[in-house]
Design a protein around this ligand. Structure first.
Ligand code: 0L1
Ligand code: MG
Length: 262
C-alpha cells in the first residue's frame, strides 16, 4: 500500500521526535488509515535502525498484548513484539526522572536472560527454557507516543510497542527452579496494592510467549541472541504513575522489584 501521507522515513522521524521531545502526537493511522501490519513492522524496524545509527544498542525483545483479555479488548488474536535498547534499562537504586516520559504506565513482567542463540519457526516452550539461563522479576514502563495512549494495533507496532524503560530486580533464578505458570503477582503504588495477577495470564506461560516471539521473528529470518533480555508480557493491567511515586511488584518466590520516580 502506498502511504497517504509521508514516507516510512518521515513517520520514523515523526515518532522519534515525539519521543525525544516528550510530546504526544496524533496516531499515524489518522493520515494513513490503510497502513498494514507488515508496513507497521517495517516502520518499527527502521525506527530501531535509526536509534542504532544514533549510537544505541539492541539488548533484547519485548512482547505486548500477551493476555487474552487485552487481545480481546483490541480485537486481535495475536501478540506483538518490539525491541529493547540499552538506554531503556533503568535501575532500582536510581530514581527515574518523570521528565523523561510523556504519560508513563508500569506493568509487571518476567524477564528471560537468553544464553544461546535461538531461531526458527517451530520453537517450543521447552526450547525456550533450555536456552534461558535466568528469569527475573521486572517492571516495564510503557509510554505511548500517541495522544491519550490511544491507538490501533498498527500504530502501536510502528511505535515500538510503547517501549520506554524497564527495571530488573536483583533476584535471578534458574527457570527450572520455578513453576513459571503459577507465579502470583501484586503491584503496589506508594504501598497500596494497585493490581494483582498470575503469570498464567501471559499466554498460559511466559515461556510460551517467548516461544511465540522467536517463531514470529523466525518468519523473517531473525531470532534471539545469546545475551538478549526478553520481557515476556504484562501479567496485570498497566498502572499510571506520577513524579514522586514508588512502584513495587512482588512476584512471590521470584522476589520483588521496585522503582521510584523523581
Ligand atoms: O508492553 C506492552 O504490553 C505494551 C504493548 C502495547 C500496548 C500498550 O501500550 O498498552
Ligand atoms: Mg509490556
Amino acid at each position: 500500500m502506498k502511504l497517504m501521507q509521508g514516507t516510512e522515513e518521515e513517520i520514523v522521524k515523526y515518532l522519534l521526535d515525539a519521543e525525544k521531545e516528550k510530546r504526544e502526537v496524533e496516531k499515524i493511522t489518522t493520515k494513513n488509515p490503510d497502513l498494514t501490519f507488515e508496513q507497521a513492522y517495517k516502520i518499527q524496524q527502521k525506527l530501531i535502525e535509526q536509534k542504532e545509527q544514533e549510537g544505541l544498542r539492541r539488548i533484547g525483545v519485548k512482547l505486548g498484548l500477551t493476555s487474552k483479555a487485552k487481545q480481546e479488548m483490541m480485537g486481535v488474536h495475536e501478540a506483538i513484539y518490539g525491541y529493547l535498547m540499552d538506554d531503556m534499562l533503568a535501575t532500582e537504586w536510581e530514581p527515574v526522572p518523570y521528565s523523561s516520559f510523556i504519560h508513563p504506565k508500569a506493568e509487571p513482567e518476567i524477564a528471560f536472560f537468553i544464553d544461546e542463540d535461538i531461531k526458527g519457526t517451530s520453537v517450543t516452550e521447552e526450547d525456550i527454557l533450555s536456552v534461558t539461563k535466568y528469569v527475573a522479576p521486572a517492571i516495564e514502563i510503557i509510554d505511548s507516543r500517541y495522544l491519550d495512549f490511544k491507538f490501533t494495533l498498527v500504530d502501536v507496532v510502528a511505535d515500538n510497542c510503547s517501549s520506554s524503560k524497564f527495571i530488573v530486580g536483583n533476584k535471578w533464578k534458574y527457570p527450572e527452579s520455578l513453576n513459571l505458570k503459577e507465579i502470583g503477582v501484586y503491584m503496589s503504588k506508594n504501598s497500596e496494592v494497585a493490581t494483582v495477577g498470575t503469570s498464567a495470564a501471559v499466554l498460559g506461560n511466559p515461556a510460551a510467549a517467548v516461544a511465540w516471539a522467536v517463531n514470529k521473528l523466525g518468519e523473517t529470518g531473525r531470532g534471539l541472541k545469546k545475551g538478549d533480555i526478553v520481557l515476556s508480557g504484562a501479567i496485570t493491567e498497566a498502572i499510571s504513575f506520577q513524579a514522586e511515586d514508588t512502584i513495587l511488584v512482588d512476584f512471590a518466590e521470584l522476589g520483588s522489584v521496585s522503582f521510584s520516580c523523581k
